[in-house]
Design a protein around this ligand. Structure first.
Ligand SMILES: Nc1ncnc2c1ncn2[C@@H]1O[C@H](COP(=O)(O)OP(=O)(O)OP(=O)(O)O)[C@@H](O)[C@H]1O
Ligand SMILES: [Mg+2]
Length: 230
């Protein structure tokens, strides 16, 4: 079982589009590569919903004393998520060690097989989940997602220092929900920190309505750019 590249998709601010973009990128990558997604959002997993496999479960396989999980496969992407394992409200009370234990198990007990790319859908913030992913999963690269508003950019800047501290190589940022009205969009502040704008995604009703298949093409250029960077 080898995983060639691990890419984590992150933002300090919540609701900027990490999960949607992770799903869209993975589907694009899956046209040419073997791809998986680890949903590291233990409190608010979403990948099972985005891939419309809410009622599926990983297959459990006994291996001596441990139980391994066959990931759920959808649209050519191998998925594992707390969303398959716990009812939505159960994980909400987990803290510290339980949270990092859950991420470790999802990563370590899943039979990923050989993958070219594993995407990690991170929860919002800069907390325990990030420390666990940095130490246990060791992503090769990180990508930030931000919206063009000032508060999101402020939080994105915080994430940059956090990623630097964790020693994860940031490929740059994706600006989501880009509007046609150009105020002073994300570039200006982020360029100061020498971050590359990997691409911009407009507001899309298909993304909003969770039609990920229909919205896949919105990130095909971004997928190619990432492939050229890693
Ligand atoms: N480009 C877009 N156009 C329209 N709707 C979008 C777009 N990007 C994201 N959304 C919508 O915004 C909401 C939040 O997106 P998403 O859950 O992907 O963000 P997130 O950063 O993963 O959130 P969280 O921090 O809670 O994990 C979703 O309802 C999604 O459908
Ligand atoms: Mg999310």
């Amino acid at each position: 079982m080898t995983i060639k590249k691990i890419i984590s998709i992150a933002s300090a601010k919540g609701g900027v589009g990490k999960s949607s973009i992770t799903a869209l990128l993975a589907m694009n990558f899956a046209k040419d590569f073997k791809v998986g997604i680890l949903d590291a959002d233990i409190y608010g997993p979403n990948q099972h919903i985005l891939f419309d496999v809410e009622n599926k479960k990983p297959k459990y396989i006994k291996d001596n004393d441990t139980t391994l999980m066959e990931p759920v496969e959808s649209m050519g992407v191998k998925l594992n998520s707390m969303g398959f394992i716990l009812d939505d409200d159960r994980a909400a009370i987990w803290r510290g060690p339980m949270l990092s234990g859950a991420i470790k198990q999802l990563m370590g007990l899943t039979i990923w097989g050989d993958l070219d790319y594993l995407f990690i859908d991170m929860p919002p913030g800069t907390g325990d989940a990030y420390l666990t992913v940095a130490s246990e999963v060791s992503p090769d690269h990180g990508i930030l997602v931000t919206t063009p508003n000032k508060l999101a950019i402020h939080d994105a800047l915080k994430s940059i220092s956090f990623f630097n501290k964790l020693d994860i190589n940031l490929l740059g940022y994706i600006e989501n929900n880009t509007s046609n009205q150009v105020f002073n969009s994300a570039d200006e502040s982020l360029v100061i920190k020498n971050q590359t704008c990997i691409g911009k995604i407009i507001y899309s009703e298909d993304i909003y309505n969770l039609n990920i298949k229909k919205s896949m093409n919105l990130v095909s250029d971004i997928s190619r750019t990432i492939q050229s960077l890693v």
